[in-house]
Design a protein around this ligand. Structure first.
Ligand SMILES: Cc1cc2nc3c(=O)[nH]c(=O)nc-3n(C[C@H](O)[C@H](O)[C@H](O)COP(=O)(O)OP(=O)(O)OC[C@H]3O[C@@H](n4cnc5c(N)ncnc54)[C@H](O)[C@@H]3O)c2cc1C
Length: 225
């Protein structure tokens, strides 16, 4: 099983995988009643399918991930509808580990890509002070949340005061076609830094498990861009 740490407390785990490059080839060639024709021809077929938007064969390879990420990253992630999700419930579970994301660098708004951000050109001391301020604010919310739970407030209500930097966990089951769409959108420099950190790990797993498809996909993406 592949497990990679992301950000300060998150991770991505590959839990399960159905199929791979060979599944794509078999699924495509079923139209002609045949299967693999050796690496060279199979790789060419995969490149052809991607280049011509014949993408349904990629739906037969399916990845299942276990992800731990800040809530604001999960919000962006869940916009990818072509996938299945199950998330830890703040109604049933107390966020007893109280884990939240603390960025290690202050970032300021980017001038050209206005929804993006760049690391602020400030001293290490200022970066540290920024991180400490975030940590103190989040810790205050977590302490208030715990107090409310201890006083008998329902979990579903007490959680309303928790910050979006709190870590959540979910299972994500996604086919290779949708996964490529996710990688294309979320590894792009227009995506938020924290999201890109996760998308980069997902891309690494994809490269490892479906090397022929990943290579053809990346070649196609770079020739378009
Ligand atoms: C840099 C960036 C900034 C963003 N900013 C915002 C923002 O400010 N506000 C905001 O709301 N969202 C924002 N998004 C989210 C974005 O609009 C998409 O919801 C998200 O990227 C998921 O992409 P998707 O729809 O292609 O994926 P999926 O939902 O997985 O869909 C995959 C593909 O299936 C097809 N499809 C899915 N559903 C439909 C449908 N209902 N009708 C027709 N075809 C469908 C489309 O071809 C789609 O590309 C942003 C995304 C990025 C990457």
């Amino acid at each position: 099983m592949i497990r990679k740490d992301v950000l300060d407390k998150g991770f991505v785990k590959l839990v399960d995988l159905l199929g791979g490059d060979d599944t794509v080839v078999r699924s495509a060639r079923v139209s002609f009643g045949s299967g693999s024709k050796g690496e060279e021809k199979d790789r060419k077929l995969i490149a052809y399918l991607l280049a011509h938007g014949h993408e349904t064969p990629f739906e037969h390879a399916v990845f299942q991930f276990h992800v731990k990420c800040p809530i604001f990253v999960a919000r962006q992630w869940f916009r990818h509808r072509w996938a299945s999700y199950n998330e830890i419930s703040g109604r049933y579970t107390v966020f007893d580990d109280g884990e939240f994301y603390v960025p290690d660098r202050k970032r300021i708004r980017e001038k050209v890509n206005r929804q993006g951000s760049v690391v602020a050109d400030v001293s290490d001391e200022e970066h540290r002070a920024f991180a400490e301020a975030i940590e103190a604010e989040c810790a205050r919310s977590v302490a208030a949340y715990r107090k409310m739970i201890a006083e008998g407030t329902a979990k579903e209500l007490a959680r309303t005061i928790l910050p979006v930097g709190m870590y959540t966990q979910f299972y994500w089951t996604v086919n290779a076609r949708s996964l490529m769409n996710f990688i294309r959108l979320r590894c792009d420099e227009h995506a938020q830094y924290e999201m890109r950190e996760y998308a980069g790990v997902i891309r690494d797993v994809f490269r490892e498990k479906m090397p022929w498809t990943a290579a053809a996909f990346e070649k196609g993406s770079s020739s378009e861009g």
